[in-house]
Design a protein around this ligand. Structure first.
Ligand code: ADP
Ligand code: MG
Length: 701
């Protein structure tokens, strides 16, 4: 049977080639199916017309019917905003406009009546409407003949200009449903529908767009979310299974002399329980005959690098070469230094390869890699250039995965006949439900325990007025021999302005912390790599007391003597970034401090972020909060994955349903991996369809 919903959108009545192109470009709507699954993001009740006197809450959307009494433009040379005052029999209220002011002034002439629909806000103890929807009251009673609950669809300026605002889209969907409602097919088997008491797909589609009444919206939404998430989980789990079957990997059979020598002689401390567990998990993978594809999550300082190091030894023991790839020069250097010093008394050949490696050294490294004598290569992107060839690469660690794109990883893989085992390490904690969806096709290990003896960083939030006190505190700490970071945000509005911010701060600090008593270094994005390197090095070696920088130090930099992290304009940073920055201190045995400086004006969200930072030291807790505050689209590492083509489910809010559908998918696959059982016929059919439709976003590694 032909699938009506696969039809190109241009064939729908009311959509010509031009609109079709815009729908595609602006909203990704190419087919009937895409339109059908463009769901409203909220509903408005236009069945009621309120009296102005009853407009009493700034929570809900309300509709009023009123007549213009005056129009006042404000601002001197240029109009800045316009206030339109309207009245009905019960009172008056203001409409405030900041945009389209010409239109506003021309459209709202005193004496004319309108339906006004919006969310009241409070200003100077009075309610008003800012940019409400307005509809001319030309005698017909719009509000009552319209649908009771109207879906509001996301749209764009360009679409609005061709009549496809929210309403216009609604009309198209109505047209589509008139035409094809009987061809909306069920996608879930009966046994799931009844077990989870789901609404059938057809009524769910009707009610999500045109609710018969308000209590139909929630079961319709639930049903459609369930469907969307279930198929994602099925897809991920099946991919994982397929990977297990197909991807033959090197088998590391033995725990050899290097691993044991290091463990017994050179490991300066006990491994934490979590480190031991993760090493066990990885070892199981390495023995299994399947290529490992594992994500290792752990908060900053939880000891991920050490785990990687032990697995390097294991791989080398089994006759393989290994590689560690880091996102920046500084990090690669640091990994090289710390790993080299851990392994200094052992017979292992390690090299550092970055963009700065000299020609002669480069040639030497290439040769040693090819003949197999180089055991461990540490570097930046430079390690995946084509000229870099290994004799037998068996294990690769990628640090901070979100900085690398998919192609880069694929390139890495081609370096040996069999794919090497891959461990991706990230210090950006990903909430469990998000990880399940984003990385549902990977294996995930978590280090959820910090090495013993770490004192939690004390975090405070100060407004500008406390700056003197902060300076006094810095002096105290420096007197004790400690070092201090001062970080400025990259605001991106203007690079020059950002730089100026930083340089002003630097100048102030130089004044308040004069030579020769105090040494201050500065690092920012405009400096040449070797200058940066030089300044960083002075700080790392303890030659300077204060490091003023932009966020270049965000990831990985390790100076255990640094105990104070001052973050300027902290309200401008995202939560996970703040947490990363805080992770730069508290790395030694001394009590450390994180001071969040902010201006006096804070948005509600900015304030909330700072509160969370002050109250929690737990990366996972912070990541959860971040997800709730910002939604998943902004989370680090998620932008490229495409999973946010989610139509209706919300990774931040639907945690429970994600867990549930994961379980359901697991149970189904456990019993019927091929989905060959007749009762799973619909699932199989739909899954194939989805796989054919989507670009293959879920293959993120
Ligand atoms: P991550 O890479 O997760 O940020 P690292 O591996 O760099 O963490 O470890 C942070 C610091 O803690 C390093 O100085 C490391 O030597 C030390 N460390 C790692 N594991 C332990 C442990 N089990 N006990 C004590 N210190 C540890
Ligand atoms: Mg690290």
């Amino acid at each position: 049977m032909i699938d009506l919903f696969a039809t190109q959108i241009t064939y729908l009545k009311g959509v010509g080639p031009k609109k079709a192109e815009l729908l595609q470009n602006e909203l990704g709507i190419a087919t009937y199916e895409d339109l059908l699954t463009h769901y409203p993001f909220r509903y408005v009740d236009k069945s009621q017309v309120f009296d102005i006197r009853d407009v009493a809450s700034d929570q809900a959307y309300v509709q009023i019917r009123a007549t213009v009494t005056s129009v006042e433009a404000s601002g001197e040379k240029r109009m800045r905003f316009v206030v339109v005052t309207v009245k009905d029999a019960t009172g008056t209220i203001d409409l405030v406009f900041f945009k389209g002011l010409r239109w506003v002034v021309n459209h709202f002439t005193p004496g004319k009546s309108f339906y006004i629909f919006g969310k009241p806000s409070v200003f100077r103890n009075k309610f008003n409407f800012v940019h409400p929807e307005v509809e001319d009251d030309d005698g017909k009673v719009v509000a009552i003949t319209g649908p009771r609950l109207e879906g509001i669809y996301s749209t764009t300026e360009k679409l609005k200009n061709v009549g496809l605002g929210s309403r216009g889209l609604g009309f198209l969907i109505k047209e589509l449903l008139n035409k094809g409602v009987n061809q909306i097919e069920e996608t879930l088997p009966e046994y799931l529908i009844s077990r989870y008491q789901l609404m059938n797909r057809r009524p769910a589609m009707i009610n999500i767009h045109f609710p018969e009444d308000s209590d139909k919206i929630s079961p319709a939404t639930y049903r459609l979310k369930f469907e969307e998430l279930l198929f994602i989980q099925l897809d991920m789990l099946l991919q994982k299974k397929a990977h297990r079957r197909k991807m033959t990997g090197h088998v590391f059979t033995k725990v050899g002399p290097l691993f044991l020598e290091f463990y017994e002689k050179y490991l300066p401390f006990e491994l934490t329980g979590a480190q031991k567990r993760v090493i066990r998990e990885i070892r199981m993978d390495l023995k299994s005959g399947t290529q490992m594809n594992r994500l290792l999550q752990g908060d900053v300082g939880s000891g991920k690098t050490l785990v990687a190091l032990m697995i390097f030894l294991l791989a080398i023991d089994n006759g393989f070469q290994t590689c560690l790839m880091a996102p920046t020069e500084i990090l690669a250097n640091q990994h090289f230094n710390s790993i080299s010093s851990f392994l200094k008394d052992m017979d292992i050949e390690i090299a550092l390869l970055t963009g700065n490696t000299k020609k002669a050294q480069r040639t030497h490294i290439h040769k040693r890699l090819l003949d197999g004598s180089m055991n461990l290569l540490i570097g930046t992107h430079a390690v995946i250039e084509d000229v870099v060839q290994f004799k037998n690469l068996g294990f690769v660690v990628i640090d901070e995965q979100h900085r690398f794109g998919v192609e880069q990883r694929a390139k890495m893989w081609k370096k040996s006949e069999l794919l090497p085992h891959v461990l991706v390490m990230t210090a950006t904690p990903i909430p469990r439900t998000l990880a399940m969806t984003l990385y549902g096709n990977l294996d995930v290990s978590v280090i959820d325990e910090l090495p013993p003896g770490r004192k939690p960083v004390k975090t405070v939030h100060y407004f500008e007025s406390k700056r003197l006190r902060v300076m006094g505190f810095m002096k105290e700490q420096i007197k004790l021999g400690r070092q201090v970071y001062v970080v400025y945000p990259l605001i991106n509005e203007s690079e020059n302005l950002d730089l100026k911010n930083l340089m002003d701060g630097f100048a102030n600090i130089q004044q308040d912390f004069p030579l020769p008593q105090y040494q201050v270094s500065v690092v920012h994005g405009r400096m040449k790599a070797d200058e940066k390197e030089y300044e960083m090095k002075r700080f790392v070696e303890g030659k300077t007391d204060i490091l003023v920088s932009t966020t270049v130090i965000e990831v990985g930099v390790d100076v255990s003597n640094a105990t104070v992290m001052i973050i300027e304009n902290a309200e401008r940073f995202g939560l996970s970034q703040l947490h990363q920055l805080r992770g730069r201190v508290g790395r030694g045995g001394d009590q450390s401090y994180c001071i969040l400086m902010s201006g006096n004006k804070l948005s509600a969200e900015g304030r909330k972020r700072l509160e969370i930072m002050v109250s929690s030291n737990d990366g996972f807790e912070i990541a959860e909060a971040d997800l709730k505050l910002r939604g998943p689209g902004d989370m680090q590492g998620t932008q490229q994955s495409g999973v946010f083509e989610l139509r209706i489910a919300n990774l931040a809010q639907d945690g429970e349903l994600i867990m549930l559908t994961r379980k359901v998918a697991e149970t189904i696959i456990e019993k019927d991996e091929q989905l060959a059982n007749p009762e799973n016929g619909l699932l199989r059919h739909q899954l194939l369809k989805i796989r054919k439709q989507k670009r293959n976003w879920s293959r993120i590694s």
